[in-house]
Write a protein that binds this ligand. Structure first.
Ligand code: CTP
Ligand code: MG
Length: 232
């Protein structure tokens, strides 16, 4: 199928999670890295990429009002839902005109703008679904509930996937319209795979890692401080 990608590039930023694994009192996207909330860093990265026409940020209900002060002007702010999939669905519904969607976790606050631009370049070249992915360094095994190893997976075929994940607008709308359960789906490309579209993985970037645990937050603060030192 040929994809047109006519229409604006809309970035949807799911930022409505609670951050249970991080364990801070604020929802994760509002936890600061060296004083700047993660969601603001993620949005600034998208804007700096120079390829996004509109940004829709999806936040917990109690943060809808306060987010306007945290974010640059012109950003749309919506209320999210209980699961990530619900939050992304709200973002899609608010921007049905998109020719391209980029879905980008607020928790990947240090994602380089160049990676964001590369995803859009691939979509403009005619790909329908493009995701950043890294080779895995560890050997990955599957285990049963008791920790018994059931298989050793072939590492050369495995990738750890990141965001932004980019999609032809019509394809992502169709993929979300097709969801009836969705509880086992942990990324947007997973839904697109289920409707039979081909997803292309391109090399990701270590800086696009997801800040999930207190360890990740410490690493992110150190990397962010080092970057700030370089750019003055
Ligand atoms: N997210 C969302 N709506 C939800 C759940 C998650 O918008 N109902 C967002 C998060 O804010 C985050 C991204 O999806 O930017 C990836 O999710 P994750 O890293 O799991 O964040 P949390 O759900 O906040 O963390 P945890 O699972 O530890 O509670
Ligand atoms: Mg979560």
């Amino acid at each position: 199928m040929a994809y047109s990608t006519a229409g604006p590039v809309v970035a949807i930023v799911p930022a409505a999670g609670r951050g249970v694994r991080l364990g801070e009192s604020a929802p994760k996207a509002f936890v600061p890295i060296n004083g700047v909330p993660m969601v603001r860093l993620a949005v600034e990265g998208l804007l700096a990429a120079g390829v996004v026409d509109e940004v829709v940020v999806v936040v917990p209900p109690e943060h809808v009002q306060s987010s306007a002060e945290l974010l640059p002007e012109g950003i749309r702010i919506l209320e999210g839902g209980p699961e990530r999939i619900d939050s992304v669905r709200a973002g899609i519904a608010a921007a049905p005109e998109a020719g391209i969607y980029l879905v980008h976790d607020a928790a990947r606050a240090l994602t380089p703008p160049a990676l964001i631009a590369r995803i859009v370049t691939e979509l403009r070249a005619g790909r329908a679904a493009v995701i950043p992915a890294l080779e895995v360094a560890d050997t990955i095994k599957s285990v049963d509930l008791l920790g018994g190893v059931t298989a050793t997976l072939n590492r050369s075929e495995l990738r750890a996937v990141q965001t932004p994940q980019g999609f032809d607008g019509e394809l992502l709308r169709r993929a979300y319209a097709s969801v009836t359960d969705g509880t086992d789906i942990t990324d947007d490309a997973g839904l697109v795979e289920r409707v039979g579209a081909r997803v292309r993985a391109i090399p990701g970037d270590p800086l696009a890692f997801k800040i999930t645990t207190p360890h990740d937050l410490t690493v992110a603060a150190a990397l962010h401080a080092a970057q700030a030192g370089k750019t003055g």
